[in-house]
Design a binder for this molecule. Structure first.
Ligand code: BG6
Length: 487
C-alpha cells in the first residue's frame, strides 16, 4: 500500500478552507502528525496560480489560527500546495486532474478528496470521480470527506446517499460533523465510561431531565442566503444537537471502534420518539430574532427559524419518561454550549427546612464551550444554622489543568482521522437518515400554514423567546443557566 497522501480539496478558494482546513492541516504538520509525504491539491474554478493560492491560504492562517507559526515549517508546507483550475461539473477537468496527480505523486498514492463546496456540488463531484476512475483504489486508498448539510430532508438525504453509494463504499465516506471533533464532546464518553461514579446513576431512576443548549452570539456572518434557506433545525439540530443527545443517551459500546460506537448512537436515534404532527406545537418552539427579516440577503417576510427548542423522549429502558430539552439559536446573549444533567430530588428530606423552601437538586454540567470543563452542583450545610442548605459547585476547567491553549481546533483531529482511516467521529448514512426522520415532521408542520405554529420573536442578545421559558416552566423546570432569563 502506498504511503504518500494527496489531499484534494474541492473549493480551495472558499471560506471553510481558509478558516478551518488549512489552519488545521498546517498545525498537524507543525505537530509532526502529518508526515512529509503529502501534498495538497486545491481544485477551484478561479483563475489562480500556486503562488496566489499559497499567499491567500497563509492570510487565512494569520487571521484564524491561534497558534504560533514556525516560518520554516510554513515554507516547506507551502511548497506542498498546488492549484488546479477546473469546474466541478466538467468531466474533462477530472481527467486532467488525474494526470496532474500522477505527475505529483510519483507512483501509487492514497487520496483524500475533501468536498469543501456548497452541497449542490456533492453529486456532480462524486459522479465525476466515478466516471474518471478517481475513486478506484489501485495501490492506495480513496476516501471522500463530505461537509454538512447532508440533504435538506429525509428524501433528499436518501437520494444523496444512493448517488454517492454508486461510486463509493460506505467505509470510504467521511461525513463530517465538526462537533464530534471537539475535545469536550469526545470527553462525554470518557466521563461516562472511564469513571464508575456516574454510570450507576445515569438513568431514569436518578435523572429528572437533560438539557442541551447550543447558544450562539453570532448572527448570519455573511451566510444569509444559505442560512435563510435552512434555518436552525437543519443547521444545528439535524447534526450537532442530535449527536450530543446520542452521546449522552447511548449504551456503552463493546469497543472504541467506529462501527461499535456508531451502532450504539444509531440505536439511540432509533429510540427517540417521533413527535406526532398534532403534538408538534406543544413539543417545539420556533423563534426568530427581531430584525432578522431586515438582514441583507434574507427574504422579506421569511419564517425561517433562528431559534428552536424541542422536547424529545427516548423510548427505552434507561430513559423512559425523561425529557431531553434541546435548544439552539443565533444572536443569543452569549456563546455557550453545555449539557445539563438534572438529577431528581432526594426521595425524602428529613431536614427541618422552612415552609416552601426551594430545594435545589444535583446537577452535572458538561461545559462544551467556551470555558470548557465540568461542574457538579451539590448541596452543603450552611455553617452555624440548624440545617440550612446551600448549592455549591465542584468545578474542573480544562485550562486550569492543561493550560490556556490545550484544546485544539476540531478539524485537526477530524482531518487526521480521515487520513488514518478512523471513522468513529464521522456520521454514517443511517444516522443522517434517522435524524431526518425525527426532524422532517417538525419542519413540515412548521411550514404548514394550516397548523398555525407561532413564530415567536426574541430580542437579539437575549436567551431566546419568552415562550421557551414557559415551555419549561409548564413542566415545573427552568433552563440552565438560570441567572439570565429571556428578555
Ligand atoms: C455550523 C453551523 O455547523 O456550526 C453554523 O453551520 C454555526 O451556523 C456553527 O455557527 C457553530 O459551531 P461552533 O463550533 O462555533 O459551535
Amino acid at each position: 500500500m502506498a504511503n504518500t497522501v494527496s489531499i484534494i480539496i474541492f473549493g480551495i478558494t472558499g471560506d471553510l478552507t481558509h478558516r478551518k482546513l488549512i489552519p488545521a492541516l498546517f498545525n498537524n504538520y507543525q505537530k509532526k502528525r502529518l508526515e512529509e509525504n503529502f501534498q495538497i491539491i486545491g481544485f477551484s474554478g478561479r483563475d489562480w496560480s500556486d503562488d496566489k493560492l499559497r499567499v491567500s491560504l497563509r492570510e487565512g492562517i494569520d487571521q484564524h489560527a491561534d497558534y504560533e507559526i514556525n516560518e520554516e515549517r510554513w515554507q516547506t508546507f507551502a511548497q506542498k500546495i498546488h492549484y488546479f483550475r477546473g469546474s466541478f461539473d466538467d468531466t474533462d477537468a477530472y481527467f486532467r486532474l488525474t494526470q496532474a496527480l500522477e505527475g505529483l505523486e510519483n507512483g501509487s498514492a492514497n487520496r483524500l478528496y475533501y468536498l469543501a463546496t456548497p452541497p449542490g456540488f456533492i453529486t456532480a463531484i462524486t459522479e465525476n470521480l466515478g466516471k474518471t476512475g478517481l475513486n478506484r483504489e489501485n495501490g492506495g486508498w480513496r476516501r471522500v470527506v463530505i461537509e454538512k448539510p447532508f440533504g435538506t430532508n429525509l428524501e433528499s438525504a436518501q437520494t444523496l446517499n444512493r448517488e454517492i453509494h454508486k461510486v463509493l463504499r460506505e467505509d470510504q465516506i467521511y461525513r463530517i460533523d465538526h462537533y464530534l471533533g471537539k475535545e469536550t464532546v469526545q470527553n462525554i464518553l470518557v466521563i461516562r465510561f472511564a469513571n464508575t461514579i456516574f454510570e450507576p446513576v445515569w438513568n431514569r431512576n436518578y435523572i429528572d431531565h437533560v438539557q442541551i443548549t447550543v447558544a450562539e452570539k453570532v448572527g448570519l456572518e455573511n451566510r444569509a442566503k444559505y442560512y435563510d434557506s435552512v434555518g436552525v433545525v437543519r443547521d444545528m439540530f439535524q447534526n450537532h444537537l442530535l449527536q450530543l443527545l446520542s452521546l449522552v443517551a447511548m449504551e456503552p459500546p463493546s469497543s472504541y471502534q467506529a462501527n461499535d460506537l456508531r451502532d450504539e448512537k444509531a440505536k439511540v436515534l432509533k429510540s427517540i420518539r417521533k413527535i406526532p404532527t398534532e403534538q408538534i406545537c406543544n413539543e417545539t418552539i420556533r423563534g426568530q430574532y427581531r430584525g432578522y427579516q431586515e438582514e441583507e440577503g434574507v427574504a422579506r417576510g421569511t419564517k425561517t427559524a433562528t431559534y428552536a427548542a424541542i422536547r424529545f423522549y427516548v423510548d427505552n429502558w434507561r430513559w423512559q419518561g425523561v425529557p431531553f430539552y434541546l435548544r439552539s439559536g443565533k444572536k443569543m446573549t452569549k456563546k455557550l454550549s453545555e449539557i445539563t444533567i438534572q438529577f431528581k430530588n432526594p426521595p425524602h428530606l428529613m431536614f427541618p427546612l422552612p415552609p416552601n423552601y426551594e430545594f435545589t437538586s444535583n446537577k452535572l454540567i458538561l461545559l462544551l464551550q467556551p470555558d470548557e470543563g465540568i461542574q457538579v452542583k451539590f448541596e452543603t450545610k450552611v455553617p452555624d444554622t440548624v440545617a440550612e442548605t446551600r448549592s455549591v459547585n465542584l468545578e474542573y476547567h480544562y485550562k486550569d489543568v492543561f493550560g490556556e491553549k490545550a484544546i485544539p481546533e476540531a478539524y485537526e483531529r477530524l482531518l487526521m482521522d480521515a487520513i488514518t482511516g478512523d471513522a468513529s467521529l464521522f456520521n454514517r448514512s443511517d444516522h443522517l437518515e434517522l435524524a431526518w426522520e425525527l426532524l422532517d415532521p417538525i419542519l413540515n408542520a412548521w411550514d404548514d400554514p394550516d397548523r398555525h405554529q407561532p413564530l415567536t420573536i426574541y430580542e437579539p442578545g437575549s436567551w431566546g423567546p419568552k415562550e421557551a421559558d414557559d415551555f419549561l416552566s409548564a413542566d415545573s423546570r427552568k433552563w440552565h443557566p438560570e441567572d439570565s432569563p429571556s428578555l
